[in-house]
Design a protein around this ligand. Structure first.
Ligand code: FAS
Ligand code: PHB
Length: 393
């Protein structure tokens, strides 16, 4: 069996795995990334769109921010549409001047791939049947298959950045792993269209017919979502039906000005809150969606991956460069403390803005009261703002 040796094997070539690989390489630490899919497949995914300032800083530290700094849009606030009107959350004014960067995950991933290429980083695509071995020994290793051959990589540490459906979390024994999950009774139907955005800033809409979100990727590329029942399939929704339903959920003046056009991507994503504990098992560390999922209402999914990578980069560089394991030994506890706060915020914002099927008239009035309180209180808006721009790492 052909074998290699490296300091850190990273399973998963999405944003988590690529960002960690890039940061470690710049610190002189050797990694190999194993990715199940092709690069084109990974780059074909349309997902997140809002980056916290912590993520922006990390991309700059990774030397992968030039395009983001050129093309990304700094947003100082966003709107919530309710009762036929728009109310604005002033992020910069409420969160000590902090803002968010609107820049698509697809572009972040592309920038990270280009940065890895520039450093000749080792990323093995179409790595099939990745398996993790001897995780609780001092000689863990990984095997995978490529072109019908089984290969082995001996390593010091393994990072599971392989997403919710990856192999890493499943490699932790069931009597060690604790999983916490909430599944929401609806999904998000997302559409990408080459149309000008509905507004200069994002609009989150609460409506009796259900939630809607108007976002963007650039001044000519818009990203929209509407809440749909879990039973809906994407083929149930023509473009015309989507635009008509979206307009129904927006204030009249926004709906009137909406530029519609053909969808260039259309998909339905389920919503769940999920956390796996602990995020370390011997030589294995979980990061990103492999360890946690949030409903995308608070734009936290991708951003939580970034704070995991921040903590993991700290720990691994302290280990390899300074012989100090303090940060590595506290990784799971540090990461989970921030993860649970983001889970709470994402759950709160989802409850604030979605129409749950079993809501009573009293529930609807309480939900509206939550919104009325929010826009009558500077303290409530400051609390939302500090969570939305990103809690400290
Ligand atoms: P990823 O899932 O992105 O990457 C994991 C990688 O591991 C993938 O490339 C996969 O191919 C690979 N892999 C899996 N199993 C493997 C194996 N056995 N061997 C090797 N490789 C393997 N977040 C937001 O903030 N806002 C949003 O609007 C938003 N929308 C989303 C919509 C959808 C449909 C989904 C699924 C997620 C969305 N998210 C959103 C969350 C999303 O952006 C994630 O948080 C982000 O992709 C996390 O990055 P990673 O942890 O790298 O996981
Ligand atoms: C997006 O642009 O895809 C997006 C923005 C904000 C969210 C979720 C998704 O909360």
């Amino acid at each position: 069996m052909q074998s290699q040796t490296t300091q850190v094997v990273i399973v998963g070539g999405g944003p988590s795995g690529l960002l960690l690989s890039q940061l470690l390489h710049r610190a002189g630490i050797d990694t190999i990334v194993l990715e199940r899919q092709t690069r084109d497949y990974v780059l074909g995914r349309i997902r997140a769109g809002v980056l916290e300032h912590g993520f922006v800083d990390l991309l700059r530290r990774a030397g992968a921010s030039a395009r983001m700094d050129r093309d990304g849009m700094v947003h100082h606030g966003f709107h919530i549409a309710h009762q036929g009107r728009l109310d604005r959350i002033d992020l910069a004014g409420s969160a000590k001047g902090q803002t968010v960067m609107v820049y698509g995950q697809t572009e972040v991933t592309r920038d990270l791939y280009e940065a890895r290429d520039a450093m000749r980083g080792q990323i093995i695509h179409e790595a099939a049947n990745v398996a993790l071995h001897d995780l609780t020994t001092v000689r863990p290793y990984v095997t995978y298959e490529q072109q019908g051959e089984t290969r082995r990589i001996d390593t010091k540490f393994i990072v599971g950045a392989d997403g919710f459906h990856g192999v890493s979390r499943k490699s932790i024994p069931s009597d060690v792993l604790r999983e916490y999950e909430k599944v929401y009774p609806f999904g998000w139907l997302g559409v990408l269209s080459q149309t000008s955005p509905a507004a200069d800033e994002l609009i989150y809409a609460r409506h009796d017919r259900g939630f809607a979100l108007c976002s963007m990727r650039n001044p000519q590329l818009s990203r929209y979502y509407i809440q749909v029942p879990l039973t809906d399939r994407v083929e149930d929704w023509s473009d015309a039906a989507f635009w008509e339903e979206l307009k129904r959920r927006l204030p009249d003046d926004v709906a009137r000005g909406l530029q519609t056009g053909p969808s260039i991507e259309k998909s339905i994503a389920p919503l769940r809150s999920f956390v796996a504990e602990p995020m370390r098992y011997g030589a294995l560390f979980l990061a990103g969606d492999a360890a946690h999922i949030v409903p995308p209402t608070g734009a936290k999914g991708l951003n939580l991956a970034a704070s995991d990578i921040h903590y993991l980069y700290d720990g691994l560089s302290d280990h390899f460069l300074r012989g100090d394991d303090t940060a590595l030994d506290s990784y799971s506890e540090r990461a989970l403390a921030r993860i649970w706060k983001a889970e709470r915020f994402s759950w709160w914002m989802t409850n604030l803005l979605h129409r749950f099927p079993d809501m009573s008239p009293a529930d609807l009035r309480l939900q509206q009261a939550d919104l009325d309180y929010l826009f009558s209180s500077d303290a409530a808006q400051a609390s939302l703002a500090e969570n939305y721009v990103g809690l400290p790492y």
